[in-house]
Design a protein around this ligand. Structure first.
Ligand SMILES: *[C@@H]1O[C@H](CO)[C@@H](O)[C@H](O)[C@H]1NC(C)=O
Ligand SMILES: *[C@@H]1O[C@H](CO)[C@@H](O)[C@H](O)[C@H]1NC(C)=O
Ligand SMILES: *[C@@H]1O[C@H](CO)[C@@H](O)[C@H](O)[C@H]1NC(C)=O
Length: 500
């Protein structure tokens, strides 16, 4: 369904730098809002599992980590680091300030030094150990299938993102179904490297094929759910809970793309947060927005496979989209999605599923249905982040992220008394397809004002009976339940906000 990935072979100096700088900001104190989880049972030690899991190997020091990072980066011959190469100084500064609240506050290699320095010697009246600081925990769920080419990049990105979030705060679950291209062998290599630095990874493989399922969406939902198995197992076995889920398909976001999605997800306490993905349109000769099967604006209308000014029908959303500002939507996925795990842990226990066809539900994508289920569960804060532009191949990646030009040198506009050479007013950052190191606008920091969901959503069903590679049922306006249309559906239920 997706174009062949052919990513660029470039090493990774800036990403490495950003990762190291951020990873080394140690000793921050996280806010009390992150201490507890509403669904965690009281008086139970949330840290136990990760502590005992880490006993099995000696944690490497900073130098050793750096060596592994360099190894992973050179093993990554294709793409992802390109995006943060040669970033402009103002952007690097902004990135450091912006993502500082995401940086893990304690170094796992010095476990004794961080606790006293917090000055929060909480005593536990019931004599059960409760960690004084509970850091935000991230669960990466990844589905792979014949992904040999992208695995080095994927792990390099995971490794760098985890350096920032804290290796001890990250769990990676990879579910691979029946690849026949040595994906499994490569996964095993990366599995051992990442384990050696204390990043927890589980890789599971299935040989089940679609034949075991009657309905295509049922099969796809099953594949996605398998990546969540460890989430439930860790809860059942160790009472370990995660605060944020990052769900990735075989797309390759840059380190700062992942960080921005996490940042927006927590800034907005969003149920689901997605990027924007692009493919090349051969008739229009330009990249166009891709995932219109899942994406719906806040009026319930489908987004278009069209150039940027025509993607959204809802006028306010379109305006925000063209200014690269985060937008509330009814539904989206677009290659990477950040999920609030709360509806997975507590009733209604959301999972990926196919439509209840006997109940008359439209046979939408498992990703649309999970958005609908988030609305019904009261987690309808769904956000699309247009700044994060993803591609499935190098051609589109280069078109949507052209290299930055030095306009001062080109026009000499300082010399001729034009605009000052101020990166904040660089016109390239206002154009739609612009350099990856686009300077942040102040409005990108604002929390979105969420509104209730639409009464109807455009649904294009896919019964998947035949082998047609796309929706095969006439589209309809599907009525949404009353609860999704109330402000209650968008109030914050689980506070994951950042200490800004
Ligand atoms: C594996 O899952 C993907 C979807 O994640 C699907 O496209 C692919 O056909 C599946 N492979 C097999 C062998 O079933
Ligand atoms: C752009 O070009 C001008 C003039 O050649 C130079 O002074 C300036 O340092 C350049 N800026 C960057 C970011 O390279
Ligand atoms: C908004 O949704 C309604 C259906 O509820 C649809 O008829 C209308 O065309 C949509 N408006 C826009 C601007 O997409």
């Amino acid at each position: 369904m997706k174009a062949k990935r052919l990513w660029r072979r470039v090493p990774t100096p800036l990403a490495l730098l950003v990762g190291l700088f951020l990873g080394l900001f140690i000793g921050r104190i996280l806010p009390p809002s992150l201490f507890g989880l509403s669904w965690a049972r009281p008086n139970t030690p949330v840290f136990v599992s990760s502590l005992s899991a880490r006993k099995h190997f000696t944690l490497p020091n900073v130098d050793q980590r750096k060596r592994v990072l360099e190894l992973l980066s050179t093993l990554s011959p294709y793409h992802t680091a390109e995006c943060t190469r040669n970033s402009q100084p103002l952007y690097i500064q902004q990135v450091r300030d912006r993502y500082k609240p995401l940086v893990a506050s304690r170094s796992p290699s010095s476990p004794s030094s961080w606790m006293p320095s917090l000055g929060l010697g909480l005593s536990d009246p019931d004599g059960v150990y409760v960690s004084p600081v509970r850091e935000h925990k991230y669960y990466f769920a990844i589905n792979l299938y014949n992904s040999f080419d992208i695995i080095p990049d994927l792990f390099a990105t995971l490794f760098r993102v985890s350096a920032i979030l804290g290796y001890h705060n990250v769990f990676v679950s990879i579910y691979e179904n029946g690849s026949n291209d040595q994906t499994k062998a490569l996964l095993r290599i990366f599995d051992s490297i990442t384990k050696s630095v204390g990043l927890r990874v589980t890789i599971r493989t299935s040989t089940r094929t679609r034949g075991a399922f009657n309905h295509r969406i049922e099969y796809l939902a099953e594949v996605r759910n398998q990546a969540f198995d460890p989430l439930h197992e860790l809860r059942d076995a160790n009472n370990e809970f995660f605060d944020t889920i990052i769900f990735m398909n075989d797309i390759l976001p840059c380190v700062d793309d992942v960080l921005e999605l996490i940042w927006q997800s927590r800034r907005n306490n969003a149920g689901i947060t997605c990027a924007a993905d692009y493919v090349y349109h051969n008739d229009l000769n330009t990249p166009v927005f891709y995932d219109n099967w899942v994406s719906r604006d806040i009026n319930g209308t489908a987004l278009e496979n069209a150039p940027f000014e025509n993607i959204f029908h809802d006028p306010d959303s379109s305006e925000r989209f063209q200014r690269h500002l985060p937008i509330q939507v009814q539904s989206c996925w677009n290659g990477v999605a950040i999920l609030d795990p709360a509806p997975f842990y507590s009733p209604p226990y959301v999972r990926f599923r196919m439509a209840e066809i006997v109940e008359g539900e439209c046979s939408a994508s498992e990703c649309s249905l999970i958005c609908n289920d988030y609305w019904k569960a009261g987690y309808g804060r769904i956000v699309m982040v247009p700044r994060v532009k993803l591609a499935y191949d190098r051609k589109v990646f280069d078109l949507i992220h052209p290299p930055r030009k030095n306009l001062t040198a080109i026009r000499g506009y300082v010399r001729i008394g034009g605009l000052p050479d101020d990166p904040r007013y660089d016109p390239q950052d206002r154009s739609w397809f612009g350099p990856h190191d686009r300077v942040f606008d102040a409005q990108e920091n604002d929390e979105i004002e969420f509104q209730p969901g639409p009464s109807h959503v455009w649904c294009w069903g896919w019964d998947g009976a035949g082998d047609i590679d796309g929706p095969d049922v006439d589209p309809i306006w599907e009525a949404m339940p009353k609860r999704s249309q109330t402000t209650e559906a968008v109030t914050v239920k689980h506070d994951r906000s950042l200490d800004l």
